[in-house]
Design a protein around this ligand. Structure first.
Ligand code: IVH
Length: 679
């Protein structure tokens, strides 16, 4: 027996170790299928299950947490600040060519420095110039050990934990003949779709949007909390090396070598013969610029032969063997004819400029976002202004500058709205926020879908089966104009949907009907009052006991509640003060929506606690004591068990007191009980 348990203690960790290694390998494989090959082989749920299994093993056995574990990709602990890293070889920058002639001038310099005869053609590698943030990764024996930003070229910041969250950066190199030391350089960037989504989210959350994907990437990488970085889908593309032990002869071969080790390289790089082909490549890339899923600001031409690169060498800050050919900026000059207000799905009101249509790198532009009123004031944008617009990764261009010297004096500022342009409810901006929001959440058409999806969701009213797909259809068929309409739907309404059967319609109607008696806390949460999450909703339900009481609560009453600060209190008041919201609440009531409260939950100081009384109490009758406990959310039972929290013992307490002591249950005197109630 003894031997067996010894064996156990050896075998069990090994099993965990093997399983962890297997899971790591599977996860990295599926990661690559998803992010690099765009061909996932398993569902997100299956991936999550594997991921969670590995997380669980590592939580139990921290010794198994390897530096290449995919669980590091969700971000570890936040750090107070970044430490500095001196690059072994400086990270240079590039000289720019703004015109075709300057590209030819570059070739002239290369040829004369190398003293090449006229009949020798130079091969070049043409690569997109990624508009992101330069980064150096260090791999030791194949393992990613350090990542640092370019900084001033000599010293950068150590951002290893953040880079580990970038999904296409291998935590361990794969393939053959791995170098002992590899310093690989490249650009971290945010793909356009992610950039647009991030900016939209930031505007909805009242944060200033990023001006372009590069700023977004740089801002993300400089986050001190890697978990925040993990939620930004950054990507990296490698374009060069620092220190490396390798035999490759050309830049083209080098890129193939890096790709062979699992590092991401550009699929747009081209090897060309002679500078005229490089120019053609540049013009072609410029034309295709808008079809790429990431922002580029030019093309880099590099002498392909690494020996020639070495011969050409470097100037103080840039190599003589490469040049950055910049695209002309996507800017144009036009007029702002009008500024309209657009209301988003979460109620944020965004000023949008209607422009005199203008051609901007092949696209006619007639609208530009002005983001918010702070931005508008900072740039001093007015109706009638002559402005420079730029497309910087966004589909919708932005106004970058007002030509102030072209003002006539007739231009007009647009004040911040105090009413929603769509539903007429009050619009306001919270202190410290940049976004102005419509407060009529329940009755404002642009917010309708979002408010119903939230209302029906699992943690809110939990209307089983009523997801966004049906909700969008109900809205587009005009059957639902606010949440109260849900309770007026009939079987025939649902039968208009495609692929809807009797049973399904009945189930949906039953789920809607069942939600009429949903708990008050969930109902309050379901209303989607800004800043009122599940926890606050629960506190409010316990404190006020009914929606009418909550609706009548003053700011003072609200702020007197623990967890409810002035911002939350103002938000609750604004919500109930909006006439449109009041009308919807009234209609919900008429439709029979009557949220329930368990009596004993009101008050809540003793919520979840179980009491047993024994012996004779000097001042309180048994019934009175019981009511007191229940009015504070506690339970009173007749017998003592392990689940009993307190036994309140009066005089002549008998076996219950003994049992309490035997089980280690806390015993209170009558006075202590009264004190507990009072605190
Ligand atoms: S090579 C020694 N290749 O452009 C040469 N740079 O303006 C170093 N960049 O700091 C750079 N795409 O961040 C190179 N395909 C590419 C690039 C690229 C973007 C950035 C890089 C560099 C900056 C120089």
């Amino acid at each position: 027996m003894q031997q067996l348990s010894l064996l156990d203690s050896v075998v069990i960790p090994d099993t965990a170790q093997l399983r962890a290694a297997e899971l790591r390998q599977q996860l990295e494989y599926h990661n690559r299928c998803y992010y690099e090959l765009d061909a996932p082989e398993i569902s997100d749920a299956e991936y999550d299950a594997l991921f969670r299994e590995l997380q669980a093993i590592e939580a139990e056995r921290p010794d198994l947490l390897a530096p290449d574990s995919p669980t590091l990709r969700v971000g570890g602990k936040a750090q107070p600040r970044f430490s500095q890293v001196r690059h072994r070889l400086p990270m240079l920058s590039l000289e720019n060519a703004l015109q075709e002639e300057e590209i030819r001038g570059f070739e002239q310099r290369v040829r004369s420095l190398l003293a090449l005869p006229d009949d020798v053609v130079v091969d070049y590698q043409c690569e997109p110039k990624m508009d992101g943030l330069a980064m150096e990764l260090v791999y030791q024996d194949g393992l990613l050990v350090q990542a640092s930003t370019r900084g001033d070229g000599e010293v950068g910041e150590e951002v290893t934990a953040n880079i580990r969250t970038v999904r296409n950066v291998p935590l361990r190199l794969s393939g053959e003949q791995l170098p002992g030391l590899l310093e690989v350089r490249g650009e971290v960037y945010l793909p356009l779709a992610a950039f647009q989504q991030l900016n939209q989210q930031r505007e909805e959350e009242g944060e200033p949007p990023f001006a372009n994907p590069r700023n977004a990437a740089a801002g993300s990488i400089r986050q001190l909390d890697p978990a925040v970085v993990a939620r930004r889908p950054l990507a990296m593309v490698c374009y060069g090396v620092g220190m490396i032990e390798t035999e490759v002869r050309t830049q083209t071969e080098l890129m193939a070598q890096l790709a062979g080790w699992g590092l991401p390289v550009s699929d747009q790089a081209r090897q060309v013969c002679g500078i005229e082909d490089a120019v053609a490549c540049f013009l072609d890339l410029q034309e295709r610029r808008d079809s790429l899923q990431y922002e580029i600001d030019g093309m880099v031409i590099k002498v392909d032969d690494l020996r020639l690169q070495q011969e050409l060498g470097e100037k103080s800050r840039s190599p003589r063997w490469a040049i950055a050919c910049k695209f002309p900026p996507r800017q144009a000059t036009t007029w702002i004819n009008e500024i309209i207000l657009s209301v988003g799905r979460t109620g944020v009101i965004t000023p949008v400029a209607n422009l005199e249509p203008v051609e901007l790198s092949g696209v006619t532009v007639s609208r530009a976002t002005l983001h918010n009123w702070d931005e508008m004031r900072r740039k001093d944008i007015r109706v009638g202004d002559r402005v420079i617009v730029e497309r910087a990764g966004d589909v919708i261009p932005a106004v970058v500058k007002v030509l102030l010297d072209q003002r006539s004096g007739a231009e007009q500022e647009l004040p911040e709205p105090d009413l929603c342009p769509v539903c007429g409810s009050r619009a306001a901006r919270e202190p410290g926020e940049v976004a102005v929001r419509c407060q009529g959440g329940l009755a404002c058409p642009p917010q309708l879908a979002e408010s119903i999806i939230h209302f029906a969701s699992r943690d809110a009213m939990d209307i089983d089966g009523l997801g966004s797909k049906y909700i969008e259809q109900l809205i587009s068929l005009g059957l639902v104009k606010d949440i109260a309409d849900l309770y007026r739907l009939t079987r025939d309404d649902f039968m208009q949907f495609e692929r809807m059967g009797d049973k399904l319609a009945e189930n949906l109607l039953a789920a809607i009907a069942a939600s009429k008696q949903q708990e008050l806390a969930r109902f309050i949460f379901a209303l989607g009052i800004r800043h009122v999450g599940e926890r606050t909703a629960k506190t409010l339900a316990e404190r006020f006991g009914s929606i009418d009481n909550l609706q009548a609560a003053t700011l003072e009453e609200l702020t007197s509640i623990r967890d409810v600060g002035p911002t939350v209190a103002i938000s609750i008041r604004s919500f109930f003060d909006a006439l449109a919201n009041q009308a919807v609440l009234q209609r919900l009531k008429e439709a029979g929506v009557a949220p329930t409260v368990e009596e004993k939950r009101v008050g809540g100081r003793l919520t979840g606690l179980t009491f047993v009384f024994t012996g004779t109490l000097a001042h309180l009758g048994r019934d009175e004591a019981k009511k007191l406990v229940e009015s504070e959310g506690g339970n009173v039972t007749g017998s003592v068990s392990k689940k009993t929290d307190y036994v309140v013992a009066g005089t002549e307490a008998g076996s219950k007191l003994e049992k309490a002591r035997a089980l280690g249950v806390k015993v209170l005197s009558e006075d202590e009980f009264v004190t507990l109630l009072a605190t």
